[in-house]
Ligand binder design. Structure first.
Ligand code: SF4
Ligand code: SF4
Length: 261
């Protein structure tokens, strides 16, 4: 997102958007019967979290690099500390999402976190800020979901949208991306950025890095964990967060194999 658009959105969130707690209710419903159905799935920035990429690439039967090549763009501006992929919208007039078809979202069960959350947003203030985390309601122009009768609490919405399945990886992501080291001014080297990208987004390449290099002889990784990261992408992503804390910030989340120390 361009700098100006981002600060406009931040101002809107901080100054205008109603803030909600998890027990507050809001009126909203989105379903195939609304006249605007699918209208919001175009010309929009949908940021993909690492777990979104994992879910989508598996849903589509693609490797991580095939998925990223076909369906992602990665704008990386000077203001960003870390790269974050966006869904690559089609190049048609409406710039529709590649996953939108006549029936709606063709990857619905595996749709990204951002698509699940709307119209709710979640704001997590920067480290050291006295502000607390909060949910907010973002009413996009032309969205008729706010005229529907249905009301629900924030908690009910999160459960209905399957957000709890994203919670663990979301917390790990937030912990890494908002690490105090960044607040203290740390910048990653190009090699660090490349490692971050591979481990979190290009998961199949990260698996090759673990299994086809000297990695497993250099680090003490229990056999049961080795077997699960070989087969299970979620376990591998969990391991990737642990590895990055060690590799990027020198945290004691990995131990060297005995002959290495
Ligand atoms: S614009 Fe609003 S109501 Fe219409 S499809 Fe999108 S989210 Fe649903
Ligand atoms: S992933 Fe699905 S819900 Fe999200 S923008 Fe694309 S079509 Fe819409």
């Amino acid at each position: 997102m361009e700098k100006e658009a981002r600060s406009r959105l931040e101002r809107r969130i901080l100054e205008e958007a109603p803030r909600l707690t998890r027990t507050d209710s809001f009126r909203f419903s989105c379903h195939p019967g609304v006249r605007c159905f699918g209208d919001c799935c175009g010309d929009v920035n949908i940021v993909l979290t690492p777990y979104d990429v994992l879910r989508l690439k598996n849903r589509l039967g693609l490797t991580s690099d095939e998925f990223l090549d076909r369906y992602a763009v990665v704008p990386f501006t000077k203001e960003q500390k870390l790269p974050a992929p966006l869904i690559r919208m089609r190049e048609d007039e409406k710039k529709r999402c590649p996953f939108l078809d006549d029936g709606g979202c063709s990857v619905y069960e595996d749709r990204p976190w951002a698509c699940r959350m709307y119209p709710l947003g979640f704001a997590s203030p920067a480290a050291g800020s006295s502000e607390e985390e909060f949910y907010f309601l973002l009413e996009e122009e032309g969205c008729l979901g706010f005229s529907e009768e249905k009301t629900q609490t924030v908690d009910e919405w999160l459960v209905e949208q399957g957000i709890p399945a994203w919670d663990e990886m979301g917390s790990l992501y937030k912990k890494l991306a908002f690490d105090d080291a960044f607040a203290a001014g740390k910048d990653l080297s190009p090699k660090g950025i490349e490692m971050y990208w591979m481990a979190l987004y290009d998961l199949d390449r990260f698996r090759r890095f673990v299994f086809e290099s000297t990695f497993l002889s250099r680090f003490d990784v229990p056999e049961s964990l080795t077997e699960s990261i070989r087969e299970d992408d979620t376990e591998l992503l969990r391991f990737a967060f642990r590895w990055l804390e060690f590799a990027l910030f020198g945290r004691p989340t990995m131990t060297f194999a005995e002959h290495e120390s």
